[in-house]
Design a protein around this ligand. Structure first.
Ligand code: F6P
Length: 324
């Protein structure tokens, strides 16, 4: 390989910069010319492709966001968009690509790679942790630590006023952020899309403890939970319990996507960045690189995107036991 491109696509995640840095530096190490592509697949389509060197990634390992910028490209899903992108790939003589993102990014990579027989390696970068084939995605650790810090603060005020809080955290289709932060912050309940009966459990326990006068209750709700929004839940609790609970709602929102990446995310991103370039050098393509049980593992794009990672049963059990 002589010329490798790198892009970040989909929702940004803390640690993406560390991954870009590792990709660029590995290229330089192996005598490959690295190219940055701006705004994900949009940059491929619009020919926003530029040469990088070891210096272009200095002092970014500690920064959140992505210096390459990111986008969710609709045009890349069209035949015309793909053809434009392919023309630009050829024009720059790229012979491999590293894409950093989530399942949408990998679906695009799979289609493009197969269509033009072009080698692409994916790095899982999303705060949601909803990718099969890796224990953790880049950005998840930072995001859950951001959530726990915020929820600890809510606990202080909730306790002072004996209030019940519904706290919405991100995770469109997955409850990993909710489950980890719920356990870490000692939430009384966690509502996630992977679990069916959790809302009834919540009402049952509110029924029992309204007499006990618990000083505060925190219910962490994943954005993708099937029981409706945090406002719907609050309304339902008001209807069922009247003034037995004083309720409040907090939506943490995009604060979860920013901030300095944790050391864990930086190390993960660095390992995956180096491996992605080495995989392309070895002639691999069509795979995502991840870490399972501390070892580097490759998963083909099809499996990484199709197989929804199961929410860990053991985690659910732990959350249930310690939240009584
Ligand atoms: O996939 C990451 C994520 O933060 C999800 O948790 C959330 O549902 C979504 O992105 C929000 O996307 P956007 O920033 O485009 O509103």
């Amino acid at each position: 390989k002589e010329r490798i491109g790198v892009l970040t696509s989909g929702g940004d995640a803390p640690g993406m910069n560390a991954a870009i840095r590792a990709v660029v530096r590995s290229c330089v190490y192996y005598g490959i010319t690295p190219f940055g592509i701006a705004q994900g697949y949009e940059g491929l389509i619009n020919n926003d492709i530029f040469q990088m060197d070891a210096g272009s990634v200095k002092h970014i390992i500690h920064q959140g966001g992505t210096i390459l910028k990111s986008a969710r490209s609709l045009e890349f899903k069209t035949e015309e968009g793909m053809q434009k992108a392919w023309k630009n790939v050829q024009e720059h003589g790229l012979d491999g690509l590293v894409v950093i993102g989530g399942d949408g990014t990998f679906k695009g990579a799979m289609e493009f790679g197969e269509k033009f027989s072009f080698p692409i390696i994916g790095i899982p970068g999303t705060i949601d942790n909803d990718i099969y084939g890796t224990d953790f995605t880049v950005g998840f650790d930072t995001a859950v630590n951001t959530v726990v810090e915020a929820v600890d603060k809510i606990r202080d005020t909730a306790t002072s006023h004996n209030r019940l809080f519904f706290i919405e955290v991100m995770g469109r289709d997955a409850g990993f952020i909710a489950m980890y932060s719920g356990i870490g912050a000692g939430a009384e309940e966690v509502l996630i899309p992977e679990k069916d009966r959790d809302v009834e459990r919540l009402y049952e326990s509110l029924e029992q403890t309204s007499q006990r006068k618990k000083s505060s209750r925190l219910v962490i709700v994943a954005e993708g939970d099937k029981n409706g929004s945090v406002y719907d839940l609050e309304r339902e609790v008001k209807q069922r319990f009247g003034d037995r609970y004083e309720t409040k709602v907090t939506i943490l929102g995009h604060v979860q996507r920013g901030g300095r990446p944790s050391c864990t995310d930086r190390v993960l991103a660095s390992r995956l960045g180096v491996t992605s370039v080495e995989a392309l050098r070895d002639g691999k393509g069509g795979f995502m690189v991840g870490v399972r049980n501390r070892k580097i593992r490759f998963t083909d794009f099809d499996n990484a995107t199709k197989r929804n990672p199961e929410m860990d049963q053991e985690l659910m059990r732990v959350a249930d036991i310690i939240s009584i």
